[in-house]
Design a protein around this ligand. Structure first.
Ligand code: AMP
Length: 562
């Protein structure tokens, strides 16, 4: 049975939402539909995206709208073009069987085109504040018959600086209208605007700060400023097959983190306000289609994105407002799935963490940055998880394509395949030290002079060591008597990757006397050149074969390094 029938909405609406598969009202719909249908008061609803709030306000309004009038009766204001398009699409779906026209107006798109569309006399306008003001100035909007005004994601519109625009629109619309304010968070600005422009509003709260989702596990990791990116890399590597958003505080930080991840070979990209609308659209599309599985974003830019299957949310930097923490974390653990929220905390941020814990009542547990071994173990688990869950998508394979493998046992094959799959990562973590465990300092300023000085000294020491190592022709290493270390004339500037080096060595050493594969040791790729280690008995093969090979059109040269 469709539980919406109890809401008394008209058959046209019930038919449309029935076709969309809506069977029962969500929590916010249960509260707002009867209220809007029967009450004339204004409304403040604390609700996040994903709670069904678009239907919550638009279904009862569609039920009451006068479809014989061709004047604007509902105006919905929202912060971004994406949300604008999403809301107008939803409303068009809900009013499929009604004689209602909905028009979306937003920046970054032809205003002339939008003015033409307004000539068709829509009863509903969904718009961003800036564009609505532009259209008011061009006298393209008649607000005289507005009956309902919805401010969607009011907190976001205010934090994006739309305060003046909102105030103008609120005062340009008829006083008799009913105003509904939806906001994920309730801060001073939102309170102020509701106090000035809403009359004795009824308040409801759904999925807000008081209702932190239970299916999200919260973890925090203490890590010094300089180690944050490396720590992030480890967290990503230790959680394979993730589909996640990494939240940063500033546009610059967002771009830096995304660049770091991309340079390290992750399918990641950045989403922030310095990008053009077209660039943002492309990134969001790539993320929705899972062409990239890690999105690094600012809070504001991520708002326009509606994805339900995030496995992780990573707070690269903590937000100032505890509610933003809840809101960010709530992007995962949707649609009945479990989610993990991980926060990187600097040692001096203990007070901020405490504040978040006490304001939100969330249990956030301390965890330690995974070691190389833990990461490899998690990756092996990840390969099997993928194998076991995605087998339906695999293509039909002709068994005759597989060479004779009868000389191998099942275990040997699994072992080889895993090594093949994970060799890059294993090489990366092979000689890496674990990240030093950091402790939260009790007082925020404890960290200040003393620890920063210590960090600086440690870094200077590290730089000195690096200089020394470079003089010796590489990083300090355990000498392996079985290996020869080679100098190789290509490096990062030639876009050389570890996988390329492995390929080159394999080619240079293939078909040797014994037909066995050469063992490969340490590989170190520096800016202009590299070093690698190969089993001693293959020394001559490397020396003679590499000279006749080319990499991206460049001649290759390998010499024995001291
Ligand atoms: P919103 O919070 O408005 O962005 O809605 C989140 C998602 O929930 C959208 O994809 C809606 O189509 C969907 N939705 C809204 N109401 C219901 C409902 N009663 N049953 C099932 N899905 C719904």
């Amino acid at each position: 049975m469709n539980l919406f029938t109890e809401t008394n909405l008209s058959p046209d609406i019930l038919k449309a939402i029935g076709e969309l598969g809506y069977e029962s009202p969500t929590e916010i719909q249960k509260q707002t539909i009867p209220f809007i249908l029967s009450d004339i008061r204004d409304l403040i609803a604390l609700a996040q995206t994903g709670t069904g709030k678009t239907a919550a306000f638009s279904l009862p309004i569609l039920d009451m709208i006068d479809d014989t009038s061709r004047k604007i009766q509902l105006l919905v204001l929202c912060p971004t073009r994406e949300l604008c398009l999403q809301i107008s699409k939803d409303i068009k779906n809900y009013s499929k069987y009604m004689d209602i026209k909905t028009t979306a107006v937003y920046g970054g798109s032809s205003i002339v085109e939008q003015m033409r569309s307004l000539k068709e006399k829509p009863q509903i306008i969904v718009g961003t504040p800036g564009r609505v003001i532009d259209l008011i100035n061009r006298k393209a909007l008649d607000f005289s018959a507005i009956h309902w005004l919805v401010l969607d994601e009011a907190d976001e519109m205010l934090s994006m600086g739309f305060k003046d625009e909102l105030e103008t629109i609120l005062s340009e619309t008829p006083e008799t209208k009913q105003t509904f304010l939806f906001s994920a968070t309730m801060n001073k600005e939102v309170e102020r605007i509701s106090k000035n422009y809403l009359t004795k509003p009824h308040r409801i709260s759904v999925g807000s700060i008081n209702e932190v989702k239970k299916n999200i596990t919260h973890e925090y990791y203490v890590v010094g400023y300089r180690q944050k990116k490396e720590a992030l890399k480890r967290l990503i590597d230790a959680n394979p097959n993730q589909y996640s958003i990494i939240f940063c505080r500033t546009r610059m930080e967002t771009q830096e983190v995304a660049d770091f991840l991309m340079q390290n070979g992750y399918a990641a990209d950045a989403l922030h306000g310095d990008l053009s609308q077209a660039q943002r659209d492309t990134v969001m599309k790539k993320f929705r289609l899972k062409n990239i599985d890690i999105l690094v974003a600012t809070d504001v830019a991520a708002r326009g994105l509606d994805v339900n299957s995030l496995t992780h949310v990573i707070h690269f930097s903590l937000p100032d407002d505890p509610e933003v923490f809840v809101h960010r974390s709530g992007r995962t653990g949707r649609a009945g799935k479990d989610g993990i929220s991980m926060a990187l905390i600097k040692p001096e941020e203990s007070r901020k963490l405490k504040q978040i814990k006490s304001a939100t009542k969330i249990e956030i547990n301390e965890k330690f940055i995974p070691t190389g071994d833990q990461i490899i173990k998690a990756q092996v688990g990840g390969v099997f998880e993928k194998l076991l869950t995605e087998h339906e998508d695999l293509f039909e394979f002709d068994d005759s394509l597989i060479p004779d493998l009868s000389n191998f046992t099942k275990e040997e094959l699994v072992h080889q395949l895993l090594q093949f799959q994970l060799k890059d990562l294993a090489l990366y973590y092979k000689d890496k030290h674990d990240l030093v465990e950091q402790k939260l300092s009790n007082r925020d300023d404890d960290y200040s002079r003393r620890d920063r000085g210590r960090d600086r000294d440690r870094d200077r020491g590290r730089d000195r060591d690096r200089g020394r190592d470079r003089d010796r022709g590489g990083k300090p290493r355990r000498k392996d008597e079985n290996m020869v270390r080679f100098f190789f004339n290509l490096g990062k500037k030639d876009h050389l990757k570890k996988l390329d080096v492995l390929d080159i060595i394999n080619k240079a050493t293939a078909g040797g006397k014994t037909k066995k594969r050469a063992e490969i040791g340490d590989i170190e790729i520096l800016e202009k050149f590299s070093f690698f280690e190969v089993e001693k008995s293959f020394k001559d093969n490397v020396l003679s074969n590499i000279q006749s090979m080319k990499f991206k059109g460049k001649d290759m040269r390998a010499e024995v390094a001291n």
